[in-house]
Design a protein. Structure first.
Ligand code: ADP
Ligand code: MG
Lengths: 75, 256, 768, 75
C-alpha cells in the first residue's frame, strides 16, 4: 500500500516558507500571485494501515504545536 | 573520582568537540557518546552526572530539526531520562540540542508541548544576539543578570507554544533568555534582534525544576572573549566570554 | 560497450571511437593507444578506454598547463612548471611541507601540526544544478583535505554570477537565470558546510555579464594535518578500502565532460545533490583512523572515481593492483563494470592499509555507520587488473597509463584590442560614492554571509563580518586549544582588470590576496592559484593564460610567497561566449599570536588615520569607470618590490601593537574603503586628500576612486610609533576618526564630500 | 484560482530526506515500511493560468534537471 502524508503549518503559525516564496515570485514579476503556502509530502509504502500511518504522524512526522497533517491513500 | 558529563551525538551532530572542551575546562570529564551506543545498551545515562545535547544537524535535521533524535530519546529512553532529570542531574540542550529536548518532551516539561520551527526569515541565520537574562529557576544561569551576548546559527529556531502555556512558562520562571535590544530592552519580535520570530522573544527555557535547560544560542562559541565579534575593540582577549558562566554553573552544580 | 573494441582502424575510425564513447581523446592520444594495443596484439575493452579517457583528461592531467604553447615566437613548455611551480622551487622555503603533489598543498604550522589548503572549482555542475553543484563542490574539496589526512577546519567560497537583473528575454533557451543560479548556489554552499559543521569563514561574490550561463563556483577548505600521521607508504600486499556512500550512476563522464563546451544537451547524469551527513560520518572515521595510526595512504574519490583514485595510488606505490569491482556497494543494481569503475558518486574515500589493519579500520567505519569494503589489493609489478566476479574485464599497464605524455601544442596570440582612457569627471563625488557602494560587486554581502555558519568549532577569531558588519579583509582562526597561533585566510580576484590585461589582473589578485592577509596580521604567506578560463584551443584565450601565469611567477617571486597548490578549469564557454578570464588567488598566512589580530573597523574617536602606499592614475577596470560606462586603459600595476617592503613594515607595526584598525584599499578605492571602516566601527572619518601620497597630478575623483594596489587605511592611537615602524615606506597621515558619524573629505580646504554614514550604509546594504 | 505544485527529486537523484525518514521510522519500530520519498508542495493562489504556474516552476520553484514537477488545479 502507498500512503501520502501531507504536513503543513498549523493555522495561526506563520508559514515563513510560503511567504518567502510569494515574495520571490513577486520579485520575478509574477504580480498576480496572491498567496503561497508550503507543505511537505511523504509518500510511504509498505504493508501499513491508515492507523499505522496516523501513528507515524503522531510519533514522528508532525509536531502538534506547529504542524497539521492529513493522510490519504494513493491508488 | 571525576564527575562525568555525557555529550550525546548522532550522525550530523557537529558541535560536540568544542562543547566537550568547555566542559573539561571546568574540571569535569566529558565523554562524547554516539546515540547508537546507548541504543545498543553499551552504556546508560545513569553512569553520568550531567548530560549535554550539543548543536549540529542530527540525522540531517530531516523531518524536522531535532525530531528524530528527540523521538529516539523519548521512545527508547523516556523513563531513564525522566529519572535522570528527577534525580536533579543537569541536562543542557544547545541549538539542535534544544530542538531535541523540545521534541522529546523534556522541555517545557510536564505535559506542556512546544515547537521550534522555521525562522520567519525562512533562512539560516548566523549572528550574535543580545539576550536579556530573565529571572528564572535555571541552575545554569545562576549569577547572570542584565543582558549578555551570544551567537545563534540556525534555520529552525522559532519557538512556539500556546498562549496559555506561554503564560504558565512565564509565571513559573521557566523563561531563561529572551532576545533583546542592544540596550537590554525588549526586542518586541523585531528582526534581527529576534532572529527567528520566536514567540515573546524566547531564546531559552528550562523545566520547572530548573535543571533542564535548552537554548538556541551557542554558549560554547562565546566561551572566550576572543570569539566575540568586537573583542578587538577592547583589550580583553584573554578573559572569558558570556558563555563561560553557563558551563561554570553546570560544573559547580554537579560538584556541589 | 560490451565486447572488444579494435583500434586497428584509420585516423577517422579512431576519432569516431573517441567521439562515440565520449572519451574526449585527441587523435595523437588515440594513435598512442592504437600502438599500445597493437604491441599487445589485442583489442581494447571499453573499461580500459574509459580509464585512459579519465586519466588523460584535462581535469586529471592538466594538458594545457603541462603542454607546449607557441608564445611570442617561442615555445613555452609546461607552464605550470616554468611559472607557478618555479616560484616555489626557487624560493625553496623549508616550511613548505608538501606542494603540488597531493590532494592539497601543505605548509608547516607549529612544528607538529601543518595546514593543508585546497581550492577547487565546480562550475559546470553548478550551471546545471546550482544547489547540488555547489554543495558537491564543497563536499569535494573537503574530501581533498581528508585525502591528505587533514581535519577540515574552515571553508572558503568565491562565486561569480551573471547580473541578477539580466533580462530574461536575452537568456538562451534552457539556460538558467543568474538569479536562480545565485539563489541555489549560495543555498547549496551553506547547506553542505553548515551540515558538516565546518565554518565558512571567507569568500567573495562577483558579478559580470560573461558569467551568465557559466557561473564560477570556487570552493576551498583548510585543514589541520598532524605531520607524524601524514602517511603515503604503500607496499605490495597492502589493500585498498572503499568507504562512504554507495556507488551509483551519478556523474559518469563528469571528467571528460569538463573538457567539452557546455551546452544544454549534456545534462544527463552529471547532476548530484550530495549528502553532507554521510560525509560528516566519513570525516569522523578518517580522522579517527589517522589518530589511531592505522592507514598507510589515503585519497579521495573525485573526478574519474575509482579509476583515478586506484590508479594514482598504485602509481604512487610503484606497484600494480587487482580490483574487484563486484565488491563495490551499489545504489543501482545492474551497473556495468565500467560504470562502477568511473562513477563519481559523492562522499567516498579510499583508504590504503596493511592487511593486518583491515579489521580495525572496518571497525572504525562501522562505528560511524559508514559502509566500507576492501576493493583492491596492491600487487607486484605494474599491472592494473580489473575484475568483476572472477572475470577480468580490463588490464592496463600502469606506467603506460601514467607515463605516456602526449603533449598538447597550443598557440597563443594576443587579441586585437585597443584601450583608451575616458574623459570623465565626478560632478558630485558623494552621489558617485553612493552609486559605487550600491554596485553589486561592492555592496554588502551580508545577506549571503549570514546564511553560512562561520563560527561552528568556536575557532573563528576574526570573522567575515567585522566590527558591526564591515567586510573583513581576512579571516583568522585559532585552531589549537593550547596555542595562541593563528591561521589567516584571504583571497584576491579582479576579473575586471583582466579585460585590459590578464598579466596585471593576476598581479593585482596576488597583491590583493597578500595585502588582505597582511592587513589582519598574517605573514609567511603561501598561495593557491585557480584559473577559470575559456577554451584554451583559441589562441587569444591561451595568450591570456600565458600572460597571467607569467605574472604569477614574477609577482609571487618578488613577494617571496610560494604557490603550494592550485587548479585550472578551462573551457568555460557557452553560446554566449567565453567567461572573462578569472584568476582566484587564495592566501594562507599564519600569525604567532591571535591577540594581535587587527580588524578593519574604526575603534575610537581621535585615532589617527594613515594611508600606506602611493595612489596613481590607475582607474582602468575600476568601479568608478564602470559606473561611468567605460573600461579605461590604465590598469593598476603592482610594484612588488616596494610593496613587499611596506607590507613587512606594516607587519612590524601591527606586532608593536600601535595599529588599531587596518583595511585594504581595493574596489572603489579610498572612498569605499573609508566608508566601510566607518560602517564597521559605527564612527566617522575626516580625511584630507591633499595629504595622500601620489604619483603625478591627480584629479579629485582619481584620488577618491583610483584602485592602485598595495594600499591600506590604518587607524592608530600612537602616530609616533606607527611612523617609526613604517620608516622609509610611502605613507602619510591623512585624517582622523570622529564621533559625528559622517564621512568628511576635503581637498585644498574645500569640502569634497560630507555625508552621513547612515546614508552611505543604506546604499551599500541595499545594493544586492 | 488555486494551483498545487508538487516538486520531487527525479529518479536517480538522491532523496536523503526520504531515506532518513525511512530509517527513522524503522528505528521507531515501524518495520513494515518499505520506502519513503519526500516531496514539496506549494499551494499558489491568484489570477493565474496553468502557463503562469508552469513558468514559475521553470524560473524559480524547480530545476528540471534534477526535479520533477507536477501542476494541478485545486477546486
Ligand atoms: N593550476 C595549477 N596551479 C598549481 N598547482 C596545480 C594546478 N593544477 C594542479 N595543481 C597541483 O597538482 C596536484 C594535483 O591536482 P589535481 O589534479 O587538482 O588533484 P585532485 O584531483 O586531487 O583535485 C595538486 O597538488 C595541485 O596543487
Ligand atoms: Mg583529489
Amino acid at each position: 500500500m502507498k500512503w501520502e502524508v501531507r504536513i503543513s503549518y498549523k493555522k495561526g503559525v506563520q508559514d515563513s516558507e510560503g511567504e518567502s516564496t510569494l515574495s520571490g515570485l513577486k520579485t520575478l514579476g509574477f504580480n498576480n500571485v496572491d498567496n503561497v503556502s508550503a507543505a511537505k509530502v511523504y509518500l510511504i509504502e509498505g504493508n501499513l494501515t491508515h492507523g499505522d500511518v496516523e501513528e507515524m504522524c503522531r510519533r514522528l512526522l508532525a509536531n502538534p504545536v506547529s504542524q497539521d497533517y492529513s493522510i490519504s491513500e494513493v491508488k | 573520582m571525576a564527575y562525568k558529563v555525557c555529550i550525546i551525538r548522532a550522525p550530523g551532530t557537529n558541535c560536540d568537540r568544542e562543547t566537550a572542551m568547555c566542559v573539561e575546562s571546568q574540571g569535569l570529564e566529558a565523554e562524547v557518546v554516539h546515540v547508537k551506543r546507548l541504543m545498543e545498551g553499551e552504556i546508560r545515562f545513569s553512569d553520568y552526572d550531567g548530560l549535554i545535547i550539543p548543536g549540529g544537524f542530527s540525522f540531517g535535521d530531516h523531518v524536522r530539526a531535532g525530531a528524530l533524535l528527540g523521538k529516539i530519546l523519548k521512545e527508547r529512553f523516556g523513563d531513564e531520562l525522566a529519572q535522570f532529570s528527577s534525580d536533579g542531574k543537569p541536562i543542557l540542550g544547545i541549538c539542535n540540542g534544544f530542538q531535541v529536548l523540545v521534541e522529546c518532551g523534556l522541555l517545557p516539561g510536564n505535559t506542556a508541548q512546544s515547537a521550534l520551527t522555521t525562522n520567519l526569515s525562512s533562512r539560516f541565520e548566523c549572528r550574535w544576539v543580545d539576550l536579556s537574562v530573565e529571572t528564572s529557576r535555571c541552575i545554569f544561569t545562576d549569577g547572570l543578570s542584565g543582558s549578555i551576548r551570544l551567537p545563534v546559527a540556525h534555520g529552525e529556531g522559532r519557538f512556539l507554544v500556546t498562549a496559555g502555556e506561554l503564560k504558565e512558562l512565564t509565571n513559573t520562571g521557566q523563561v531563561v533568555f529572551k532576545y533583546a535590544q542592544k540596550n537590554g530592552g525588549s526586542a518586541g519580535g523585531s528582526y534581527p534582534e529576534n532572529p527567528n520570530g520566536s514567540i515573546d522573544d524566547i531564546a531559552g527555557i528550562c523545566n520547572k525544576e530548573g535543571n533542564v535547560f535548552g537554548l538556541m544560542p551557542h554558549p560554547e562559541r562565546a566561551f572566550y572573549r576572543f570569539l566575540h565579534p568586537r573583542w578587538t575593540k577592547s583589550d580583553e582577549s584573554e578573559s572569558f566570554g558570556d558563555g563561560y558562566k553557563i558551563f561554570n554553573n553546570m560544573a559547580e552544580y554537579i560538584m556541589r | 560497450m560490451a565486447g572488444p573494441i579494435s583500434l586497428d582502424v584509420d585516423d577517422t575510425g579512431l576519432m569516431t571511437i573517441s567521439r562515440d564513447m565520449q572519451l574526449s581523446l585527441s587523435l595523437d592520444e588515440m594513435k598512442a593507444l592504437k600502438k599500445y594495443y597493437h604491441a599487445l596484439g589485442r583489442s581494447a575493452t571499453g573499461i580500459e578506454l574509459e580509464t585512459f579517457a579519465q586519466t588523460w583528461s584535462e581535469h586529471c592531467c592538466h594538458k594545457t598547463f603541462r603542454g607546449e604553447v607557441e608564445f611570442e615566437g617561442k615555445i613555452v613548455s609546461n607552464l605550470l612548471k616554468t611559472t607557478i611551480a618555479k616560484v616555489t622551487s626557487t624560493l625553496d622555503h623549508e616550511w613548505c611541507f608538501s606542494v603540488f603533489e597531493d590532494n592539497a598543498g601543505i605548509v608547516d604550522f607549529d612544528g607538529d601540526t601543518a595546514i593543508a589548503f585546497k581550492v577547487e572549482t565546480h562550475n559546470h555542475p553548478s550551471a546545471l544544478e546550482p544547489f547540488g553543484g555547489a554543495a558537491t563542490g564543497v563536499g569535494g574539496v573537503i574530501r581533498d583535505i581528508l585525502g591528505v589526512w587533514g581535519e577540515p577546519i574552515a571553508n572558503t567560497d568565491v562565486l561569480c554570477f551573471g547580473p541578477l537583473d539580466y533580462p530574461y528575454e536575452k537568456l538562451p533557451a534552457g539556460m538558467k537565470h543568474p538569479s536562480f543560479i545565485y539563489k541555489y548556489v549560495t543555498a547549496g554552499i551553506g547547506h553542505y558546510g553548515n551540515n558538516m559543521g565546518i565554518p565558512t569563514v571567507n569568500g567573495a561574490i562577483y558579478f559580470d555579464e560573461s558569467y551568465v550561463g557559466n557561473p564560477l563556483v570556487y570552493c576551498g577548505t583548510v585543514g589541520l594535518v598532524k605531520k607524524s600521521r601524514y602517511k603515503r607508504e604503500i607496499r605490495t600486499g597492502d589493500v585498498m578500502i572503499l568507504a562512504g556512500g554507495k556507488t551509483g550512476r551519478d556523474g559518469i563522464h563528469g571528467v571528460t565532460f569538463a573538457s567539452v563546451d557546455l551546452s544544454t544537451e549534456q545534462e544527463r547524469s552529471v547532476v548530484q545533490i550530495g549528502d553532507p551527513i554521510e560525509e560528516e560520518k566519513v570525516s569522523r572515521a578518517v580522522i579517527s583512523i589517522r589518530d589511531k595510526g592505522l592507514g598507510s595512504a589515503i585519497t579521495d574519490l573525485g573526478g574519474g572515481g575509482l579509476s583515478s583514485a586506484i590508479g594514482e595510488m598504485a602509481e604512487l606505490g610503484g606497484c600494480g593492483a587487482d580490483v574487484h569491482l563486484e565488491r563495490v556497494p551499489l545504489k543501482h543494481p545492474g551497473m556495468q563494470p565500467w560504470e562502477i569503475w568511473t562513477s563519481e558518486s559523492q562522499e567516498r574515500m579510499l583508504v590504503c592499509c596493511h592487511k593486518k589493519d583491515v579489521e580495525a579500520i572496518l571497525g572504525v567505519f562501522a562505528d560511524e555507520e559508514v559502509e566500507a569494503v576492501v576493493v583492491a589489493e596492491f600487487t607486484e609489478g605494474e599491472r592494473l587488473r580489473l575484475m568483476h566476479t572472477d572475470t577480468v574485464v580490463g588490464e592496463i599497464n600502469i606506467s603506460f597509463l601514467f607515463g605516456t605524455n602526449i603533449r598538447t601544442r597550443r598557440v597563443a596570440t594576443p587579441p586585437e584590442r585597443s584601450f583608451s582612457e575616458p574623459r570623465v569627471r565626478s560632478m558630485d563625488p558623494a552621489a558617485d560614492l553612493l552609486a559605487i557602494l550600491a554596485m553589486p560587486n561592492v555592496a554588502s554581502k551580508e545577506n549571503v554571509i549570514r546564511t553560512y555558519d562561520h563560527e561552528v568549532k568556536a575557532q573563528t577569531v576574526l570573522k567575515p563580518l567585522q566590527g558591526l558588519d564591515g567586510p573583513g579583509d581576512a579571516a583568522v582562526l585559532k585552531p589549537l586549544n593550547s596555542s595562541w597561533k593563528g591561521v589567516v585566510i584571504s583571497n584576491g580576484m579582479n576579473p575586471e582588470y583582466g579585460k585590459i590585461d590578464p598579466y596585471h589582473m593576476a598581479a593585482c589578485a596576488i597583491d590583493e590576496a597578500i595585502r588582505n592577509n597582511i592587513a589582519v596580521g598574517g605573514r609567511r604567506i603561501a598561495l593557491l592559484d585557480n584559473f577559470c578560463w575559456g577554451n584554451p584551443e583559441r589562441p587569444d584565450r591561451m595568450w591570456g593564460l600565458v600572460r597571467a601565469s607569467q605574472a604569477c611567477h614574477d609577482v609571487a617571486l618578488a613577494f617571496e610567497t610560494p604557490f603550494i597548490s592550485g587548479k585550472d578549469s578551462l573551457y568555460n564557454e557557452t553560446e554566449l561566449g567565453p567567461i572573462t578570464p578569472t584568476l582566484l588567488i587564495s592566501a594562507l598566512g599564519v600569525m604567532p599570536d591571535i591577540r594581535r589580530a587587527v580588524s578593519m573597523d574604526l575603534k575610537e574617536e581621535g585615532n589617527s588615520i594613515f594611508i600606506v602606499g602611493a595612489t596613481k592614475d590607475e582607474l582602468g577596470g575600476s568601479h568608478f569607470y564602470k559606473l561611468k560606462g567605460s573600461l579605461g586603459k590604465n590598469v593598476p600595476m603592482v610594484d612588488a618590490a616596494s610593496a613587499k617592503t611596506s607590507f613587512d613594515m606594516l607587519t612590524k607595526a601591527i606586532d608593536s601593537g600601535c595599529v588599531r584598525s587596518c583595511h585594504d584599499l581595493s574596489e572603489g578605492g579610498l572612498a569605499v574603503a573609508a566608508s566601510e571602516t566607518c560602517f564597521a566601527g559605527g564612527l566617522g572619518l575626516e580625511l584630507d586628500l591633499d595629504k595622500m601620497p601620489r604619483k603625478g597630478e591627480l584629479s579629485t575623483e582619481k584620488l577618491l576612486f583610483s584602485e592602485s594596489q598595495s594600499r591600506f587605511l590604518v587607524g592608530t592611537d600612537d602616530s609616533a610609533a606607527f611612523e617609526k615602524a613604517m620608516a622609509d615606506t610611502v605613507f602619510s597621515e591623512i585624517g582622523c576618526v570622529t564621533d559625528d558619524k559622517r564621512l568628511r573629505i576635503t581637498r585644498k580646504a574645500a569640502e569634497v564630500l560630507n555625508i552621513e554614514i547612515e546614508v552611505l550604509k543604506r546604499s551599500w546594504k541595499n545594493g544586492l
